[in-house]
Design a protein around this ligand. Structure first.
Ligand SMILES: NC(=O)c1ccc[n+]([C@@H]2O[C@H](COP(=O)([O-])OP(=O)(O)OC[C@H]3O[C@@H](n4cnc5c(N)ncnc54)[C@H](OP(=O)(O)O)[C@@H]3O)[C@@H](O)[C@H]2O)c1
Ligand SMILES: *[C@@H]1O[C@H](CO)[C@@H](O)[C@H](O)[C@H]1NC(C)=O
Length: 342
């Protein structure tokens, strides 16, 4: 204590005798203070948004008053939960995905549990068929659609170096994740603008937030959605329509191939509940307009990385590379075991 006081005394006496040093010390201290205060505000905001503030009410979009929500990739995983929870909130639901039987089952489940109306349309978005888009347009034409959940998505079947990505897989990922999302959104937007009311949620991913080696096409397809969605959000805000990109780290599902939920890997039910209760809050996506990382553990993870090593750092890219090389090895071994078992 006495020692540090001596240092401080010496420092102060130098400051008194040297004006340049005194002013520059003040300057640096002020810069430090400003950075500290901003960081403190961001951190406070994160915690307020995660644990105190509530998001926009779904009533704003006509829940319980005959409004419809359209969900793509509706029959399984996250999309199924969006359909169930939006039905519970009082929306009628249009369910779109490939497998008609799954859609019909879910439709009667939603109908039976929540007493809302449902419509189903089997579409394989990978086929990019104009007749499918015409059918979807005709289906929603008479409906008061106010909510669109762009959930459908495909990733690589296993992590793979870009040079070895199968051409069919490459085309499917871009067609489903990007082209279909744009086309479906274009069909719905006129209705939202006419009503000056609506919500467009699009599923982004940490795979798109971080450049992700060995999932390069998926990573690029999801980061495409970030900029497209943010641009669209700015365009539609003056028209009364809310647009939000929803970011997520792993969630248990067929796509993630993770079965057991844990702190950092919630199940679809928990994930979707966190999304629908925080509309309009950025949570972990602080500083990204019209973007949200709704689940608390994903939010803290993103905030930590963004405020330390950074999202585009060599460190993170290399960690990500090593992780996906390891996952590829395990996946290839598993495939070999299964081949032998046949
Ligand atoms: N799970 C995660 O860890 C995670 C993390 C971040 C982001 N996301 C994103 O969240 C979204 C949903 O993922 P998920 O994990 O819930 O996936 P999932 O469990 O595999 O479900 C995908 C849904 O999309 C449908 N679908 C798949 N291909 C389709 C196609 N070509 N045309 C029409 N429908 C199709 C599937 O039904 P059919 O098979 O009947 O068509 C199913 O209903 C995706 O956009 C994904 O990128 C997921
Ligand atoms: C998708 O379909 C449209 C309309 O049929 C066509 O113009 C376009 O070239 C197709 N795109 C791809 C990538 O298949």
């Amino acid at each position: 204590m006495a020692f540090s006081c001596a240092i401080l005394d010496a420092y102060l006496s130098i400051l008194q005798s040297n004006k340049i040093l005194a002013y520059s010390s003040l300057l640096f201290a002020s810069i430090g203070l400003v950075k500290y205060v901003f960081f403190g505000l961001k951190l406070t905001n994160l915690f307020l948004q995660l644990f105190i503030l509530s998001g926009k009410s779904l009533k704003k979009y006509g829940a319980g008053k005959g409004a419809w929500a359209l969900v793509t990739g509706a029959s399984d995983g996250i999309g199924k939960e969006f359909s169930l929870q939006l039905g519970k909130a009082g929306f009628n639901i249009v369910l779109v995905s490939r497998t008609e039987s799954k859609l019909v089952d879910l439709s009667s489940e939603i109908n039976g549990k929540y007493g809302v109306e449902t419509k189903v349309l089997p579409v394989d978005f990978a086929e990019n068929k104009s007749s499918d888009y015409a059918a979807l347009a005709a289906l929603i034409e008479p409906l008061d659609v106010t909510v669109l959940v762009n959930n459908v998505g495909q990733s690589h079947s296993i992590p793979v170096p870009f040079a070895e990505v199968d051409d069919t897989e490459l085309t499917r990922i871009i067609t489903i994740n990007d082209l279909a999302t744009l086309k479906v959104t274009k069909l719905v937007i006129p209705k939202l603008i006419a009503k000056k009311k609506g919500l467009i949620l699009t599923m982004g991913s940490f795979g798109g937030l971080f450049p992700t080696p060995y999932l390069s096409v998926y990573s690029g397809s999801k980061s495409f959605l970030q900029h497209w969605s943010s641009a669209l959000a700015a365009e539609l805000k003056p028209k009364g329509v809310d647009v939000e990109l929803v970011l997520s780290y792993l969630v248990t599902s067929a796509m993630s191939k993770v079965r057991k939920a844990s702190t950092f890997i919630p199940n679809p039910k928990t994930f979707v509940a966190s999304t629908l209760s925080s509309i309009g809050l950025q949570r972990g996506a602080q500083g990204r307009p019209a973007t949200s990382t709704p689940h608390w553990s994903h939010a803290i993870f993103q905030f930590f990385v963004e405020n330390t090593v950074g999202i585009w750092s060599d460190f993170v890219s290399n960690q990500n590379l090593q992780m996906h090389i390891a996952i590829r090895k395990r996946a290839l071994k598993k495939a070999e075991r299964e081949k032998k078992a046949l």
